[in-house]
Ligand binder design. Structure first.
Ligand code: PLP
Length: 380
């Protein structure tokens, strides 16, 4: 039996998403830009997915643009705003706990002459909205801040921060990487005070290779991919109808159950932490605080390095992550930024669940951890 507990890295596509891909590849394979009715049928399918995603975010469908994933969405947001507004206002504010697709992009913009201000969490591992507001000024074109951290599930105070920023500087563009929050917490454009939002389909039981960007009406963005002017010229390239319709199908399925699934995930998280607390093979530290998504549980097992634990679990058919899946085991430093000691960061394991994860699966995980503690610690 496989126990898949790495859902923050990617999720299993749902039946509805697979059916949408199948239908699109076998029946509805026209090019949405074609002028004949076969192309129009594909265009209508893309527009239907756009409507579903817009409805989930409570925005207008014309403000949703499809991309190849959240890495591209984040690049479009940062480079696009830097391109459109950066000449006059060359300052960008972000946090030190962002995903690599934001971190690396702002580093590149820094090399190109932009001033980047990176705000660190306080001693409790929390971002203080005032630190961001105080860093903002007339020269700031953009603030980019994620909603849920992908390593420990920390929920950042995005709505509060963006509201305070907008009150003082209404022209600053606010961008939120909502990848780990979408379809898990309620994500609404107006409530977040976000001008731009990045989404990814494969984190929500859609397929890999498709994402979206919400861009508020009136916000200008210089395209980073130019060509045939698809997506109103904001993102050229033939739309991936199979992946886009699968994205829509996954959102349609998940949207009505966000609160119920959140509650279930919270119960499962409490169940797992209680189980782990009862193990007696060494100290276990919970690296996610109060203000965290229940879908991501980050724990450190004293004296056992992450990679050792990860491979021990893998041999038993249990799949977790040692940190951010995107960093391929390389240390990102984000956990330390979030207040985790270097020692605990070295032995951190990220367990990321869905509402469909079972107590039995968590039992198997806890049992395997207990075995690892006995075996690995004994051999030391
Ligand atoms: N942002 C966050 C917070 C993520 O967790 C990820 C993926 O791990 C991404 C962006 C990148 O998403 P994608 O895989 O769609 O490029």
């Amino acid at each position: 039996m496989n126990v898949y507990l790495d859902n923050a890295a990617t999720t299993k596509p749902c039946k509805e998403a697979i059916e949408a891909i199948n239908f699109s590849l076998t029946e509805n394979y026209g090019n949405p830009s074609s002028l004949h009715s076969f192309g129009l049928k594909a265009q209508l399918a893309v527009d239907e997915a756009r409507k579903i995603i817009a409805s989930a975010l409570s925005c207008d469908a014309q403000n949703i643009y499809f991309t190849s994933g959240a890495t591209e969405s984040n690049n479009m947001a940062l480079r696009g705003i830097a391109g459109a507004y950066g000449k006059r206002k060359p300052k960008i504010i972000t946090t030190t706990v962002e995903h690599a697709s934001v971190k690396e992009t702002v580093a590149d913009l820094e090399n190109k002459g932009f001033e980047i201000v990176r705000i660190s969490p306080d001693e409790n591992g929390e971002i203080n909205p005032a630190d961001i507001v105080n860093a903002a000024d007339e020269n700031t074109c953009l603030i980019s801040m994620m909603l849920v951290n992908n390593e420990n599930g920390y929920i950042l105070p995005v709505a509060k921060t963006f509201k305070a920023v907008k009150r003082r500087f209404p022209d600053i563009i606010t961008h939120c990487d909502c990848v780990q929050g979408f379809m898990k917490l309620p994500v609404k454009c107006a409530e977040l005070n976000a001008d731009i939002i990045s989404l990814s389909a494969h984190k929500i039981h859609g397929a890999k290779g498709v994402g979206a960007l919400y861009i508020r009406k009136g916000v200008r963005l210089t395209p980073i991919i130019t060509g045939g002017k698809q997506e109103k010229g904001i993102r050229s390239g033939t739309e991936s109808v199979p992946l886009i319709t699968a994205f829509g199908a996954a959102v349609k399925k998940l949207e009505p159950t966000i609160p119920a699934r959140y509650e279930k995930a919270s119960e499962l998280k409490a169940y797992l932490l209680d189980k782990l607390k009862k193990l007696d093979g060494g100290e276990i530290t919970y690296n996610s605080g109060e203000n965290c998504s229940p879908y991501i549980i980050n724990v450190s097992f004293e004296g056992i390095r992450s990679e050792i634990m990860l491979h021990f679990l893998e041999e038993k058919g249990i799949y977790v992550s040692s940190g951010s899946a995107c960093s391929k085991g390389a240390k990102s430093g984000v956990l330390e930024e979030l207040g985790v000691s270097a020692k605990n960061a070295d032995s951190a394991i990220r367990v990321s669940i869905t509402a469909e994860t079972t107590e039995e699966e968590l039992d198997l995980f806890a049992q395997a951890v207990s075995e690892a503690q006995k075996k690995i610690m004994k051999s030391k």
